[in-house]
Design a protein around this ligand. Structure first.
Ligand code: SF4
Length: 369
């Protein structure tokens, strides 16, 4: 075991690669993986694959060969986040309370806000992150089957982020006292596991995620780059669900690497002001302007890492401007090539809300506050 240091200075904790290999060997454990959106465009870096190429399918194959029992896409969890966060945003807009709504899917940002700007902590969305929501759903979903099979389910998240290792230990992310995500490993740690297995990563076939969560929308996939959460929520709130709406939202100013981006859109006859920031220095400056009354917004997306999760502290390092741009383009290509572009049109999400999730949304998808 060795120490991993988070560049956002959020945490310094140990890697659990050995524990995961042990669990895979244990027949009484159902080892389930979920892969975050940004991992797919960076995991190929160490295998000579062109920068930004989407390697999700190869990573699924690799994890199955390693012995993971099931493999899912965290973009499905992001779809759940879009459903819940857009509902929460619409409610706050209607009541004019706790605005701006701050996104809560980045643990580096949540910690920074709580510690440096506690007066804004109530503005944070009550939603768990995509990782948190999905792990809670997976644990509950397999609870019955675990009993029948005499097994227990272990959830391993593969994340671009070291701060996610801290997020899973926060009691406000637990379900009835249960820690839903057992372990987080970063992109660089999974690369190490692939190498330990001696797999020829470039030769692997592209395999799909497992049922019943095998479909993830394009909206869920762009969570990996700055502006993606906002874009996905705006798609959800838009009345017209056409390709032109997708295009129009992409032109509002939420895309690109500018440190602070602003957009104004109309929702139900109301002008809605949005800000998207990445990097905690930019977030601090924005919060100072909100606090002094110099700026006002309705929705603010913050990612602690510059350029978002594609450049997270758990991703392969040494990414220059071309790599950063290729990773961002890789995220948008993953969206554009998806059959489903809106989270609410994801048939697996609909099925979940209509049956399994009914009445459990708050318990599984929101933080215990
Ligand atoms: Fe983690 Fe950075 Fe993404 Fe935040 S922006 S979730 S700290 S990788």
């Amino acid at each position: 075991q060795c120490a991993v240091v988070c560049p956002t200075a959020a945490i310094s904790i140990r890697t659990n690669v050995t524990d995961i290999w042990d669990a895979i060997e244990d027949p009484s454990i159902r080892v389930v993986a979920q892969i975050a959106p940004a991992v797919r465009v960076a995991v190929g870096d160490n295998f000579g694959i062109p920068k930004g190429e989407n390697c999700f399918g190869k990573l699924v194959s690799a994890l199955r060969i390693m012995g993971f029992d099931m493999v899912f896409d965290t973009s499905f969890g992001a779809d759940l986040t879009v459903m819940e966060e857009s509902k929460e945003f619409a409610k706050r807009l209607a009541s004019d309370e706790k605005l701006p709504l701050f996104t809560s899917c980045c643990p580096g940002w949540v910690k920074y806000c709580e510690e440096k700007y506690p007066e804004f902590a109530d503005n944070l969305s009550t939603c768990r992150s995509p990782q948190g929501m999905f792990s809670a759903v997976i644990k509950d979903y397999f609870a019955e089957k675990d009993k029948e099979d005499g097994k227990r389910t272990m959830v391993v998240s593969i994340m671009p982020c070291t701060a996610k290792k801290g997020e899973i230990l926060r009691p406000d992310n637990f379900t009835d006292g249960r820690q839903d995500t057992d372990y987080v490993i970063t992109t660089t740690e999974v690369v190490r596991m692939i190498k330990q297995m001696g797999l020829q990563f470039t030769e692997l076939e592209n395999e799909s995620a497992d049922a019943p969560f095998s479909v993830a929308s394009g909206a869920g996939k762009i969570f990996g780059t700055t502006g993606g959460v906002t874009e996905a929520v705006l798609r959800r709130l838009a009345e017209d669900k056409s390709y032109n709406t997708i295009r129009e939202i992409s032109y509002t100013g939420v895309r690109g690497f500018e440190g602070t981006k602003e957009a104004t859109i109309e929702l139900d006859g109301r002008e809605v002001k949005i800000a998207v920031v990445h990097g905690l220095a930019n977030a601090g400056r924005l919060l100072d302007r909100i606090r002094s009354g110099e700026a006002s917004y309705d929705f603010v997306e913050v990612m602690a890492c510059r350029r978002g999760c594609i450049m997270g502290g758990g991703q392969p390092s040494g990414a220059g401007p071309r790599t950063r741009r290729s990773r961002m383009e890789g995220m948008y290509n993953a969206d554009a090539s998806s059959n489903v572009r809106f989270s609410e049109e994801n048939p697996a999400v609909r099925q979940l809300y209509d049956h399994f999730l009914a009445g459990k949304e708050h318990r599984l998808l929101h933080r215990n506050l």
